[in-house]
Design a protein around this ligand. Structure first.
Ligand code: ARG
Length: 584
């Protein structure tokens, strides 16, 4: 019998295992190897195929080089050393596999024990590794007076997930929307508005009207170069504090933000700071001065440039010959401000990969300014494509509005939900449709590497089967519906010994690691893929193992198991910004 009563994920908050003490199986194996082979970088992973054990390590390859032996010999050495030293009796079997992998099978007891710990732990999956550390997660960052494009949309979803994930690891997170609200384009817009603006239209459909004006102005500028000058002139006036231009700019900013907020609200995204490029206006001259004073920037044909040849990068421009600042100048002022005000350990920028060169130059100059190294990251994102694999646009080839995308997802989902849940009230159905549609959009993005182009394929995205948001949400709902029929209670983990049961426990064992890996690499798809894996194991589990109909001891243990799986699914999906429902 167990020495003390076990509690479940769901139950009493007192007397729970602090997360920090919960060492997962993979970490235990890692520590075991480490004890025998200190000073090595040891990775313990789950093999691709189950016949290669529960865990595997490739340590033999580096060890072989160090100790001048073959990888197979090194693997044998690891095997005998670890077999001799296994105080917790974790391991049932170790095998060496060509060309030098060491594969581990764990005893059912060690798997059952970890489950006992998991089921007792509070906030399973979350941790405190980031305690006392601060991170700024910059994401979304659309440009005012223009529609938020799908690239910003992607960055919004990925950035929000990364912010949630870091928070779950104990970091203090500052969510920052760095609005593109400054630059010569506002001069052009002002000029256009003065000529053709319509206050009524601006009120009714702000972004559409502003975009129209901008497009019209650009078209004119192609024919008549005078327009370019006009734009520059109006921007100069704005920079010099002209009241009328300032007022117009403020209006453009206000109506744009209102429009963006609609999207953020639908997505459930909130920022702590919405400081954009304009904020740094007064910081720019002192900044360029100090760049010159420190010998970092020099004049070249009237402009201020920074030579980055030693880093293998093209030179960077920080001031145009007419004295105007640039995107880079504002980013430098921005990072200086952030560091001095927030004293952060890390600053990440979730921005389209096409800006990679900008960020490389930016970080190098920041380094030259003594602002630090290895603290700033560009978390790049690839493109969003239409189902035809081409850039996403409307049938007429026009810009797609994010609101329209969300509405499209909603209208398709409404139909599906209506078909599936004809008995549910209209209000309830609408709620389900929203959660499913937004979840599907987000998951479609988050389940794929941020550096892969993603495709908007409504069928796949909204399918209730396969790697999709609805499938994961639905798996959670099915687990919860079992748990509603019978509440989990005290159980004996030793009862869980079938392969399907142990498999699900082993999946749960990897939850904390999946969260951490996503944080360390800034790739949320590791967590998403893990959740898909967990959902598949959980579905297989309850399809193959009766829960409510099982005999009492087994039923209790299985209820505990699906309860923990449900909790992990919910926690994980919520970290991705995907909501869960109790019924659907
Ligand atoms: N507003 C910019 C754009 O839409 C993105 C800003 C990215 N962040 C930055 N710190 N530069 O292209």
């Amino acid at each position: 019998m167990l020495s003390r009563p076990l509690r479940l994920c769901l139950s009493l908050p007192s007397d729970l295992i602090p997360i920090i003490l919960l060492l997962m199986l993979s970490e235990k194996i890692q520590k075991l190897i480490e004890a025998e082979f200190p000073g090595n970088d040891i990775s313990v992973t789950v093999p691709e195929v189950q016949t290669h054990g529960h865990f595997t390590t490739n340590l033999a390859f580096s060890l072989a080089k160090k100790e001048r032996m073959s990888p197979m010999q090194a693997a044998e050495k690891i095997k005998s050393a670890v077999i001799a030293e296994d105080p917790e009796k974790l391991i049932e079997k170790i095998e060496v596999a060509a060309p030098g992998f060491v594969n581990f099978w764990l005893t059912p007891k060690s798997i059952q024990d970890i489950f006992a710990r998991i089921s007792q732990s509070k906030n399973f999956g979350k941790s405190k590794v980031g305690d006392g550390r601060k991170i700024i997660v910059e994401y979304s960052s659309p440009n005012i007076a223009k529609p938020m494009h799908v690239g910003h949309f992607r960055a919004t979803i990925i950035g929000d997930a990364l912010a949630n994930i870091h928070k779950a690891l104990g970091y203090k997170v500052i969510r920052w929307n760095y609005l593109g609200d400054w630059g010569v384009q506002f001069g052009k817009l002002t000029a256009a508005y003065k000529m053709w603006g319509d206050a009524k239209k601006l009120k009714a459909e702000p972004i559409k009207h502003l975009l129209e004006l901008y497009v019209r102005f650009s078209a004119q500028a192609k024919i008549n170069p005078e327009f370019e000058n006009l734009g520059q002139l109006e921007f100069k006036k704005l920079e010099n504090g002209d009241k009328g231009n300032r007022k117009l700019w403020e209006l453009f900013r206000k109506v744009s933000l209102k429009d963006f907020d609609k999207v953020y609200k639908m997505l459930g995204v909130k920022f702590d700071v919405e400081i954009g490029e304009s904020f740094y206006e007064s910081h720019l001259k002192p900044l360029t001065k100090s760049l010159v004073k420190d010998g970092i920037a020099k004049r070249s044909e009237g402009a201020l440039i920074i030579d980055l040849e030693k880093y293998g990068l093209p030179r960077a421009l920080v001031e145009k010959s007419d004295g105007a600042s640039l995107y880079l100048t504002r980013d430098l002022a921005n990072i200086k401000y952030r560091l001095s005000k927030y004293k952060t350990d890390k600053i990440i920028h979730v921005v389209g990969q096409e800006q990679s060169l900008h960020f490389q130059q930016f970080f190098r100059v920041a380094e030259m300014l003594g602002l630090g190294k290895d603290k700033f990251f560009h978390v790049g994102t690839a493109l969003v494509l239409g189902p035809d694999g081409k850039k996403l646009s409307t049938r007429e080839g026009k810009t797609i509005f994010i609101e329209d995308i969300i509405n499209e997802a909603l209208s398709i989902t409404r139909e599906i939900v209506k078909e599936k849940n004809s008995s549910v009230s209209a209000k309830e159905r609408e709620k389900i449709a929203k959660v499913v549609a937004i979840g599907a959009l987000k998951y479609n993005d988050l389940s794929q590497s941020r550096l892969s182009n993603i495709i908007f394929d409504w069928n796949k995205m909204l399918s209730f089967e396969g790697d999709s948001g609805p499938y994961l949400q639905y798996t959670y709902v099915r687990l919860k519906s079992i748990l509603r029929k019978m509440r989990p209670s005290k159980f004996d983990p030793k009862v869980l010994a079938l392969p399907g049961e142990l498999d699900l426990i082993l999946k749960l064992d990897r939850f904390p690691e999946a969260i951490q890996k996503s944080a360390e690499t800034f790739y949320p798809h590791y967590l998403a893929q893990y959740l898909y894996d967990l959902a598949k194991s959980a579905s297989r589990f309850y399809e193959e193992h009766p829960v409510l109909k099982a005999e009492s001891a087994v039923r209790k243990a299985r209820l505990a198991l699906i309860s923990c799986a449900a909790d992990a699914l919910k926690t994980g999906l919520n970290l991705l910004g995907v909501e869960t429902l109790e019924r659907m």
